[in-house]
Design a protein around this ligand. Sequence first.
Ligand SMILES: Cc1cc2nc3c(=O)[nH]c(=O)nc-3n(C[C@H](O)[C@H](O)[C@H](O)COP(=O)(O)O)c2cc1C
Length: 191
Amino acid sequence: MKVLIINGSPRKQGNISKMLDLIGKEVEACGAEVSTLRVNDLEIHPCMGCMSCRDKLQCCLPEDDAQRALKQIVEADALVIGAPCYWGNMPGQLKLLFDRIVYGMMGENSREIPVPLHKGKKAVVVSTCTTPYPFNIFFNQSRGVVRALKEILKWSGFKMVATLEKAGTKRHPALTKREETRCRKIAYRLI
Ligand SMILES: Cc1cc2nc3c(=O)[nH]c(=O)nc-3n(C[C@H](O)[C@H](O)[C@H](O)COP(=O)(O)O)c2cc1C
């Protein structure tokens, strides 16, 4: 089984990176093949919005890391996506990646109804934000990230099997033992 971790945080020692690391190690210990994409290391040209990819099933732009990342997503059996909350949503670089690869995530039938291209695959989402609990949920902070990613994953056919939101990171910057245990347990939802 191939698991692809997509790290949407630019912070290598941040909570997202730590949570993804814990999940990845546990999944690996279960025998899965794990690879990681750090979106801030990727060079991705912004989407031009021409929509030609919807018919041609390929991007009109010269190949860059977006197409290479899509290849990894296609080959993966499951995704683990980590994204800190930036303005109530995922960071721009992660959104940029998904904007560029729509054609490889979701197709359309003759009535222009979306056709998911990754049906049957599982996904996990983890998020962080400084807004404390329960306002991270009421005010759609980390919950805004989860919702936005759920939208992409749902239309692409992924089943979101678990989510983890770490709120209040300003006051509580370190992962608690409970959160670490949760990360390890989440890994088993993917296998
Ligand atoms: C550009 C930017 C925008 C942010 N926007 C929000 C926000 O809307 N709500 C919030 O609660 N935290 C916001 N934050 C704080 C991050 O979500 C928070 O620091 C998070 O813990 C970072 O996680 P990481 O260290 O795992 O990357 C923002 C941070 C940055 C850099």
